[in-house]
Write a protein that binds this ligand. Structure first.
Ligand SMILES: Nc1ncnc2c1ncn2[C@@H]1O[C@H](COP(=O)(O)OP(=O)(O)OP(=O)(O)O)[C@@H](O)[C@H]1O
Ligand SMILES: [Mg+2]
Length: 351
């Protein structure tokens, strides 16, 4: 493993921020730390980078202990590259100067020629060969982000740490930079730890996702597993939109207004969570009867707002995301079917 985080805890004053985190990242693997704001994600990266003193646990990079309580390898000795949320490029240095800066720290007395070659290699990798003499203000946001990435990659780190590196880019640029970054990371074979609070971004980038909650890892698995087999209500709702319905489990079946679904839970009240894409339309008269409240075409898909009929005194509303089809109008009668792969049952009432 290129990076191992073992039993790491951290408090600011009396406030515990990390409550025992264990993670390992293999060479070439991209692990995303996903979690709500203020949950200690940046703190964890700062501990790995050596910007914060470790209070409990152990951190190893490339098999070497770089931090344990009372023993810290300084940041420049850790073989870890760091891209901050705001890139933090030096405005008074050229692109080449910015990239070389990281090398100055790690190569020590390395020769000028060696540094120039490393700078060129790193810029080539992020598609910015030829921009050596530009200044940061002459570059687009995406190009600046790639300079920051090149600066972090130039010393050939064993571990790369990215903190919300795409957050400040506009939607379209963000997609392109993400694609480019992914390509660079995969070809470089570096162990990468990416922090984000954006679930879609995590699913797009990560080989595995560690979803944090209250300073602990709530679930650690592939994006598919987190999305399709969430271990808790928290994971299910963090990874995507859900419809929530009260249910009652009896003899391994969760009964709700949408019928029965198998559930390996003890008898009692439960909550059914259903992804919007887990609903399918049937001709009126088949399946669960419902009525269209609103229909919006979102380009690649349609978003339907549906009212389930005869679900009890209070009307039950559902969101459905469907492939584009014939345009439905408010008041149209439809039938509904559920994809059990997109439905999750958790114990306890809905909140
Ligand atoms: N130097 C510090 N001194 C005191 N408290 C701090 C310090 N740095 C962070 N905190 C607190 O620790 C908690 C975790 O902060 P951290 O920056 O690690 O969260 P985060 O998960 O990165 O959040 P975000 O998604 O908003 O970036 C926050 O409540 C923050 O206010
Ligand atoms: Mg943060």
């Amino acid at each position: 493993m290129s990076l191992e985080i073992q039993g790491v805890r951290h408090s600011y004053g009396s406030r515990a921020v990390l409550r025992g985190v264990d993670l390992s990242v293999a060479p070439g693997e991209i692990l995303c730390i996903l979690g709500p704001s203020g949950d200690g994600k940046t703190t964890l990266l700062r501990l790995v980078a050596g910007l914060e003193a470790l209070q409990a646990g152990r951190i190893l990079i490339a098999g070497q202990v770089v931090a344990e309580p009372g023993r810290e390898v300084p940041p420049e000795g850790r073989h870890a590259g760091f891209v901050f949320q705001d890139y933090a490029l030096f405005p008074h240095l050229t692109v080449a100067g910015n990239v070389a800066f990281g090398l100055g720290l790690t190569l020590g007395g390395g020769s000028r020629a060696e540094r120039a070659a490393r700078v060129a290699e790193a810029l080539g990798r992020v598609g910015l060969a030829g921009y050596e003499d530009s200044y940061p203000h002459m570059l687009s946001g995406g190009q600046q982000q790639r300079v920051a990435l090149a600066r972090a990659l130039a010393p050939r780190p064993a571990v790369l740490l990215l903190d919300e590196a795409f957050a400040s880019l506009d939607a379209r640029l963000r997609e392109r930079v993400r694609d480019d970054t992914l390509h660079v990371l995969q070809s470089a074979g570096i162990a990468t730890l990416i922090v984000t609070h954006d679930a879609e971004e995590a699913m797009f980038l990560a080989d595995r996702i560690a979803l944090m909650r209250g300073g602990r890892v709530e679930q650690l698995d592939t994006p598919e597993a987190l999305y399709l087999r969430p271990a808790s209500r928290f994971v299910a709702t963090f990874l995507g939109e859900v419809n929530s319905l009260p249910a009652l489990v009896r003899d391994g079946v969760a009964q709700s207004a949408l019928g029965g679904l198998p559930a390996a839970l003890p008898d009692g009240p439960a909550e059914l969570l259903l992804r919007p894409e887990g609903l399918r339309l049937l001709p009126p008269g088949e399946g669960i009867p419902a009525r269209v409240e609103a229909c919006r075409l979102l380009g690649a898909s349609s978003l339907l707002h549906l009212a389930v009929e005869g679900a009890g005194e209070a009307p039950l509303y559902l969101h459905a995301r469907l492939p584009p089809g014939p345009r439905l109008m408010r008041g149209d009668a439809v039938g509904l079917a559920i994809d059990p792969e997109r439905a999750f049952v958790f114990p306890g009432g809905s909140t």
